[in-house]
Design a protein. Sequence first.
Length: 310
Amino acid sequence: MLAPQAGKEYPCNWNEFLDWFATEEACVAYLERLRWAAGFVCPRCGNAAEAYRASRTRLMCRACQHQCTVTAGTLFEKTRTPLRVWLAAAWYLTNQKQGVSALGLQRVLGLGSYQTAWTMLHRFRRAMVRPDRERLKGQVEVDETYLALTDRQEPLSAVGRKSSTAKVLVVIAVETLQPTGFGRIRLRRIANDSAACVIPFVQEAIEPGAQVRTDGSAAYRSLGELGYDHQRTVMLGSEVPAHASMAGVHRVASLVKRWILGTHHGSVQPEHLDAYLDEFVFRFNRRTSGSRPASTILSGALTRPICYPS
Ligand SMILES: [Zn+2]
């Protein structure tokens, strides 16, 4: 059988998945092709030439004799979980329309611990954001909303533990399309609704020159000076209800709330919320594309600089 082209091709269904990734060797080979799609490049000396295979998983640079594995320096580094399980997790994560909770993943893959499942999902979330992604443009609505999170561990049977609920403020940016519809989104947890929190978000999320619609909050007052076409809608006493004048933000806020409560049972620690928001944005922004997000995530996991909490 001719090897599938990693990155461009990905199993279409679960039977194909089982065929393609039948062994740990097949998974290593797939990830090697994904990571070095244009040919092996030594991570130490930069020499681009086909490597020697030093062992089942180790490759050796012909120039400097440096040995490495496909997972070294990636999100898969030092994992004790078989790559086959990682690939199955990526499959499940991306084939469930609403994603999966750590408890759900633990059950479906038969993982020994909740923590293993949680860590896998968390690392994949880190792989979902492209550092060079384009900022939003055109017409963009921006507003804040509160999310209710609980510190309860997900297995609901945890007896005798008190859980507390935290309200966390999130700022939302949504591209609105003409005549109707929404484009891409960005979300971020913020400490409060001051200019010091919302302005850096707008600058990182939205291209200057875009038309930015906000409510009357003074926090956004400097957007005009910063190169945005700032449209303020003062809600106070307005005849138009908020969900009509900021339809995009309102819609995304209700979807993200439903996702946190539904898929994740509201159980997200506030300090990890940004990673969950990254996953929501990833799903939302690909909702209409026919691409195979699992290979996008895997390739992200292999090529993005690692910077993850243990
Ligand atoms: Zn080398």
